[in-house]
Write a protein that binds this ligand. Sequence first.
Ligand code: SF4
Length: 476
Amino acid sequence: MTVSTTESSTTQNVVFDAKLISRLSQSGPRYTSYPTADRFTESFHYRDYLQAVAAAHARGGRHPLSLYIHIPFCDTVCYYCACNKIVTKNHEKAATYLGYLKREIEMQGRLFTGFNHIEQLHFGGGTPTYLSDAQMDDLMQHLHRWFQFAPDEAGEYSIEVDPRTVTPERVHRLRAQGFNRISLGVQDFDADVQKAVNRIQPEDKTLAVIAAARAAQFRSVSIDLIYGLPKQTIFTMAQTLEKVVAANPDRIAVYHYAHLPHLFKPQRRINEADMPAADVKLDMLALCIRRLNQAGYVYIGMDHFAKPTDDLAIAQRQGRLHRNFQGYSTQSDLDLLSFGVSAIGAVGASYSQNVKTLDAYYEHLDKGELPIARGFKLTMDDLLRRFIIQMLMCNFELSIRSLEQAYPITFSSYFAAELDKLQELAELGLVTLDEEWISVTLKGRLLIRNVCMVFDRHLREARSLQSEAQRYSKTV
Ligand code: SF4
């Protein structure tokens, strides 16, 4: 089966233009934050975090929070992995980690006493289900001791699940523990691809987890796929898509595999000769878009598809979609408290990131300090650009007049240089511009990162110092 890379295929809300993508795809950030995490510095200290918390409290009122819990452990390594994880079969390590995690939760819980209403919780990793049922019970009870959770129907409580690590019974237990959204790492159903990336995941096990999630009444089931993996062909991708569509998840994320072996050691074990060529990867992307649209999924943006009835698609239609470290969300800009090694939080006009090793994490907590390693204090200019990037990422348009009402600027003079660059993108067909609106066209949507990069002042400043290709994946 082939799909021409020179074709343009119109779909519901996105146009795949192979020529444009080949021409403009470049290394760039994914904008789960702005400024991006690589701009964080060690000059951001614990006391800066405390100041940000004090400022958040001073705002008063009822500001719900979002929590992120990082469980870094995995039983085996997937060769494509770019996550911060610890591969070990010694589950004792998780017991020690859990003890420290609970200390960190208690410290943050004390800081947020009286301001601890939670509307969003996300468990990521690593492998969150590396924890046993009993450990997860213990952790959830501890979280509920220190924070007030909104009722199930009003909160978004999600967990990333590796289907190799859970039984249908475990899925029901996760629902009983309070999770109402589940996301499954699948990547590819093909046996040869799974072998090439060291992630052997029998199809029946994945399908059994999805069936259990439905039976347990999770509000949404999401599947993650990756294109560009070794041994993948347009044929294997087509077969995987058929199986995914038949499994009928509410959301599907299709990520481009970013091969950066100089940054991520496991990727050095991938045989580069097995990797699909650039034009084949474009064919795969075209196929994914076409097949998922045929099956009724809408393109949300940045690799994500959802059923039109899913909360994300509804939020996008209503202009209420948001983007944070966990990807797209229906929750507005909640302050994010993050727990565990390498976890990133966002409170007020600040970002903070925890230390990355277990030893350093334990050492800080033993001293009675939050384990913050670095962070960033946003200036007014950063906040303005963050707002613009958020609007473009989530709604594919920006109202210039609304921005001028919210910020004391005249857009045309403040962003004169950016407007020149946008004009170039407009000539290529990625955006349309007038005095009132910047709108991303249907064929510009797959290149949304290119549009956002125009507003990234930090990226522009860093470009002269370091090659972006060294640090970022391609925009498509
Ligand atoms: S991809 Fe997920 S399961 Fe695989 S090694 Fe990385 S974090 Fe662990």
